[in-house]
Design a protein around this ligand. Structure first.
Ligand code: PLP
Length: 407
């Protein structure tokens, strides 16, 4: 009898985005004349930078000729991309990351979801609450948790974010093995300081733990004092794996390219205490299960680092950050406490009422869609997330309508 992995049956159905879609569809049906403005989902809306488009065209033309055609590429990514990433994203910031520590992939979602596979099935996992749900669900699938009770899985260590800690959770009180951190944070938009990040690295070093650091929104960091990479913190290369993505940085959500950094100094242990290189283990996993990203897309990602590309990416990020600044100013002037929007494209707003109630109010009275914070975990109750990914005209229109409702 063929049997299933019963851990999948523990998964709580994620109703968040389908519930939102249902409520929006019902509203739209009842109010066909109203134009709904969507500031809910975290997807980019602006076209790819011109430098990336040019690189894509050139690479497609190469694929059209026998002499320049390319078949399977290296699973870890082409050297041209790994080299420029190591130089521009890490070495330029004083982090000694080498090209063979970079693994190009088709998304930070897959990498943050898959990385847990190389760690033991009985390791203790800590996640922050609110949280990007991929970290939780992939550990449930892998059997590292018990059943969900009252919205939380047994066996996971939840690190609470709240107003008093600015949604930067405290260090775990108990010893944990695997720690998921995401900064700038989705959904809260909170960003850690260098000192705060150092305390996590120190914790991991003294507890022989591993940090999985999701920096998918790194490009949105505006404050020059803040760390762009965990490897700017001394000793982090021994205890941290970092995830990056071109999705939000350069509008690649539909084009797909990302990368994960697994330093050679990163070690974990066998049951008998023998040290094993995480870089070799991930290399083994990646080359077995993944066949890299298409050549034209890797050329488009490389173009992000050209001087033309850098200017265009800066303008793209600047556009969304101007939206974020505007949303924050408007919400604060209406008397709402906000987190985020300064170094991230997300605003996390204390709605002063139940998350779904606030969602419904904005939908029904302002025809604006946000995301209820409760969908990201228990600690998200009472909050909503507003995304800055839209045109400025739409953002301005949405804020005018929200102003009318909340004033
Ligand atoms: N990590 C975080 C925190 C995200 O919010 C997202 C996407 O929204 C991802 C990873 C996924 O990125 P990618 O498009 O590279 O798979």
């Amino acid at each position: 009898m063929i049997r299933i992995n019963e851990n999948y049956l523990k998964l709580q159905a994620s109703y968040l985005f389908s519930d939102i879609a249902k409520r929006v569809a019902a509203f739209q049906q009842a109010n066909p004349q109203k134009k709904v403005i969507k500031l809910g989902i975290g997807d980019v809306t602006r076209a790819l930078p011109d430098a990336c488009i040019k690189a894509l065209h050139t690479a497609v033309d190469e694929m059209a000729q026998d002499h320049s055609f390319r078949g399977y590429g290296p699973e870890q990514g082409y050297d041209f991309l790994r080299e420029i990433i190591a130089k521009e994203d890490f070495q330029a910031r004083g982090a000694n990351i080498q090209p063979d520590e970079i693994f190009v992939s088709d998304g930070a979602k897959c990498d943050t979801g898959n990385m847990q596979e190389i760690f033991s099935s009985d390791c203790t996992v800590a996640i922050t609450d609110p949280v990007y749900p991929v970290y939780v669900d992939t550990n449930v699938m892998a059997g590292r948790t018990g059943e969900a009770r009252d919205g939380r899985y047994q066996g996971l260590v939840y690190l609470d974010g709240n107003k008093s800690n600015g949604f930067i959770p405290d260090l775990p009180r108990e010893r944990v093995d695997l720690i998921y951190l995401c900064f700038p944070n989705n959904p809260t938009g909170a960003m850690v300081t260098r000192e705060q990040l150092k305390s996590w690295v120190d914790y991991a070093r003294s507890n022989q733990a591993m940090i999985l650091y999701d920096a998918a929104y790194e490009a949105f960091i505006q404050d020059e004092r803040l760390p762009h990479s965990i490897y700017e913190i001394e000793g982090a290369e021994e205890v941290a794996i970092e995830f990056r993505s071109f999705s939000k940085t350069a509008g690649f959500t539909g084009t797909r390219c990302a990368f994960t950094v697994v330093p050679k100094a990163c070690r974990a242990f066998t049951e008998s205490g023998k040290e094993v290189s995480i870089n070799s283990l991930w290399n083994r996993r990646h080359t077995t299960k993944f066949n890299s990203v298409s050549y034209p897309v890797q050329r488009a990602a490389e173009a992000v680092y050209s001087s033309e590309g850098k200017t265009q990416v800066k303008a793209l990020i600047g556009y969304y950050m101007n939206n974020a600044r505007y949303i924050r100013e408007q919400m604060e002037s209406l008397g709402y406490d906000c987190i985020g929007g300064e170094n991230s494209p997300y605003l996390w707003i204390d709605g002063k009422r139940n998350s779904w109630e606030f969602f419904d109010l904005l939908l029904e009275k302002a025809a604006v869609v946000c995301t209820p914070g409760a969908g990201f975990g228990k600690c998200g109750e009472g909050y909503i997330r507003i995304s800055a990914f839209n045109s400025f005209d739409n953002v301005k229109g949405a804020m005018e309508r929200i102003g009318q409702v909340l004033k």
